[in-house]
Ligand binder design. Structure first.
Ligand SMILES: Cc1cc2nc3c(=O)[nH]c(=O)nc-3n(C[C@H](O)[C@H](O)[C@H](O)COP(=O)(O)OP(=O)(O)OC[C@H]3O[C@@H](n4cnc5c(N)ncnc54)[C@H](O)[C@@H]3O)c2cc1C
Ligand SMILES: *[C@@H]1O[C@H](CO)[C@@H](O)[C@H](O)[C@H]1NC(C)=O
Ligand SMILES: *[C@@H]1O[C@H](CO)[C@@H](O)[C@H](O)[C@H]1NC(C)=O
Ligand SMILES: *[C@@H]1O[C@H](CO)[C@@H](O)[C@H](O)[C@H]1NC(C)=O
Ligand SMILES: *[C@@H]1O[C@H](CO)[C@@H](O)[C@H](O)[C@H]1NC(C)=O
Ligand SMILES: *[C@@H]1O[C@H](CO)[C@@H](O)[C@H](O)[C@H]1NC(C)=O
Ligand SMILES: *[C@@H]1O[C@H](CO)[C@@H](O)[C@H](O)[C@H]1NC(C)=O
Ligand SMILES: *[C@@H]1O[C@H](CO)[C@@H](O)[C@H](O)[C@H]1NC(C)=O
Length: 540
């Protein structure tokens, strides 16, 4: 998927022009020199090197500007008028352009947002209220799978769907624990942690990174060896946007059986869903690591109730093995579920990826290559960790609140297995605090006029749940970013101010992230509403 070497014509924004006089030094990779020399010879406004129609620097006047900007805005809350201060979008197809854009924007004090797949829940990869540029990595999608060595080099601009698809083109018994939404970008996902159906066996996406190539705040192209272990630690869960832009990741592929088992059972509250939920809470994190039994709770129609609505709980599972073995397991550990062979389907791992992405498994695998979701909506989400089973009264109160909004949803993800074996400090995603499962609260809507109403509903549900979930700090997950937790108001945000949200995402790893940040970007150039702060100079 490498793009042709034709050097791009560019309509260059004047603010970026001083790029052309950056001194070359040892930090530059030699291959980038020729491109920069070419750029040097360009006339000041049009850098035309070929008759290629590809543009890498898009201004508002470029015909592709709107479509590129909007194509990976995954939350419609940020589609309109969120980018008045956006100067240009840089869409590099070569690493050297990333270096140039970073150096140039730093030199001119213009902020940068990095974007891979655009799924940031709060739009931070493309929204800023300071003048800024977007470095959009979607042209960097190269994936190289090495089945023999069970590894892969994957560019940040590739999607999780492309990654999974590419793996199975090379072999049917390897997979990778990367999120269930195929359009999610590799760059944002891995740098924020990344969990999915097989993470109880293999850990987070970030736990399976062997090496990475990044461009740091000074425009240097670095690998694991040259960036050092502290920075390499930080970019695997601490969020990319505070530290460096990631270009490619070397990943450890994981074994999957040729056939896995997917089962689904749906129960309404009238059919005893609350009682089953209560049982599930006690066993979910203790089940065999080959079994991922997660729940989705939604509002459903039910003629027998006064308002025609009820709560439906789907027990949706993936087992890394044959159905017989799974049935023995569930009969032993969760007999009340009455899981039957007829509720299960054996399929390949890649078909299970399709299933959890919401596609029929008969669909062509190529749907995983699409970069846009079948439909987009406005949404708001939050996450909680649950450390003690929620009481029946607590659940009933939650159901009441879900019934207020038909498009509300809960996704409950059990922990345990491999997740409780990895030490707290292995990656910035903290571990051993004994949570049973995570709840993701999600609400969607399709009209801007409904935004306030839905967001305040979400905040009320979150307030209600406070007494039922983890406390001091109340846990959150960076990849489910939530600006309600707190935000930086200026570049000088202190350690203490940012700890209000920093401890929720990272617990004790927050402090170490601040130290790494202070070391690699002491001027706090790479920043956003929830970037890691720096310590004042002198403090280390
Ligand atoms: C529909 C949907 C389904 C999801 N499913 C899952 C799931 O199953 N499991 C899970 O764990 N998460 C899931 N997520 C959350 C997802 O993992 C995060 O939103 C992730 O950060 C998105 O990465 P992205 O590249 O698409 O987003 P972007 O918006 O491009 O980036 C997210 C953040 O990372 C930064 N960033 C992006 N690329 C780079 C880079 N190359 N270098 C440095 N920083 C970078 C951005 O600046 C931004 O701060 C889901 C999100 C959505 C919208
Ligand atoms: C421009 O395009 C034409 C036709 O596609 C091709 O023959 C020519 O070599 C191209 N010129 C450059 C400078 O790339
Ligand atoms: C965009 O086009 C308008 C009208 O043609 C022009 O006035 C303006 O300078 C252009 N802006 C940029 C950034 O090129
Ligand atoms: C964006 O704004 C336009 C014009 O005001 C409006 O018609 C459209 O519905 C808005 N789109 C979204 C997604 O809010
Ligand atoms: C696999 O890795 C080993 C050791 O790292 C290396 O020597 C070998 O060349 C690699 N094989 C392939 C096919 O790349
Ligand atoms: C499980 O399968 C049986 C038989 O096909 C079906 O009747 C039942 O509805 C399924 N159970 C649930 C709760 O989905
Ligand atoms: C949430 O719980 C899991 C499982 O115990 C744990 O690994 C994670 O660290 C918790 N998150 C936070 C931020 O405490
Ligand atoms: C941040 O601190 C620097 C140095 O102390 C100061 O010059 C600057 O004005 C401060 N910025 C803001 C927004 O407070």
């Amino acid at each position: 998927m490498l793009y042709a070497e034709d050097i791009i014509m560019v309509f260059f924004n004047v603010k970026l022009l001083p790029l052309l006089i950056i001194p070359f030094n040892s930090a530059w990779s030699t291959s980038s020199n020729s491109i920069f020399e070419s750029l040097l010879q360009c006339p000041s406004t049009h850098l035309k090197h070929s008759n290629s129609s590809k543009e890498i620097i898009l201004t508002r006047n470029s015909s592709a500007y709107s479509s590129v900007l909007q194509s990976s805005i995954q939350n419609l809350r940020f589609l309109n008028n969120s980018t008045p201060k956006l100067e240009v979008i840089v869409t590099p197809f070569h690493e050297s352009y990333v270096q140039a854009a970073v150096i140039c924007s730093k030199k001119h004090g213009i902020q940068i947002r990095f974007r891979s797949g655009g799924h940031d829940y709060e739009g931070l990869s493309y929204v800023s209220y300071d003048p800024f540029i977007i470095i959009d990595l979607f042209n960097l999608q190269t994936i190289h799978i090495d089945i023999e060595n069970e590894s892969a080099w994957v560019a940040s601009g590739a999607t999780l769907g492309q990654l999974c698809y590419s793996i199975v083109q090379k072999g049917k018994v390897h997979g990778f624990p990367a999120g269930s939404c195929p359009t999610v970008g590799v760059g944002g996902h891995i740098s924020g942690g990344g969990f999915v159906t097989i993470f109880r066996k293999y850990g987070l996406a970030a736990d399976n990174v062997i090496d990475a190539r990044i461009v740091d705040v000074n425009g240097r192209l670095l690998s694991r060896k040259s960036m050092g272990e502290e920075l390499f630690w930080a970019i695997r869960g601490g969020g990319g946007s505070s530290f460096a832009v990631s270009l490619t990741w070397k990943l450890r592929l994981v074994p999957v059986p040729p056939s896995v088992t997917v089962c689904k059972i749906e129960k309404t509250t009238e059919e005893g869903a609350t009682k089953l939920f209560s049982k599930w809470q006690v066993i979910a994190d203790k089940l065999h690591e080959d079994l991922f039994l997660h729940l989705v709770v939604e509002v459903a129609n039910e003629a027998s109730t006064t308002d025609g609505k009820t709560i439906k709980v789907s027990f949706d599972s993936l087992f890394l093995g044959p159905v017989e073995k799974l049935l023995l397991l569930t009969q032993d550990k969760f007999p009340d579920l009455s899981l039957d062979r007829s509720n299960c389907t054996e399929m390949s791992w890649i078909q299970s990826v399709m299933h959890f992405a919401g596609f029929p498994i008969s669909e062509y695998l190529e749907v995983l290559l699409k970069r846009t979701q079948p439909s987009r909506s406005f949404f708001k989400a939050k996450l909680d960790n649950v450390t003690q089973p929620i009481s029946q009264a607590g659940l009933e109160g939650l159901w009441q609140r879900l019934l207020e909004v038909e498009t509300s949803q809960l996704i409950l993800t059990p922990y345990g297995g491999r997740m409780s074996e990895i030490s707290d400090s292995e990656t910035p995603f903290p571990r051993r605090n004994g949570s049973i499962f995570a709840i993701q609260y999600l609400v969607t809507w399709d009209d801007d006029k409904e935004t306030e109403k839905h967001i305040s509903w979400m905040r009320r549900v979150y307030a209600y749940m406070a007494s039922h979930v983890s406390k001091s700090p109340r846990a959150a997950y960076l990849n489910y970013r939530d600006l309600d937790l707190g935000r930086n108001h200026d570049p000088n945000t202190s350690y203490a101010q940012a700890s209000i949200w920093g401890l929720k995402y990272f617990k004790s790893n927050y402090r170490r992230l601040v130290h790494v940040k202070t070391l690699v970007d002491p001027g706090n150039f790479l920043r956003n509403e929830q970037s890691i702060p720096v310590l004042p100079s002198g403090q280390k």
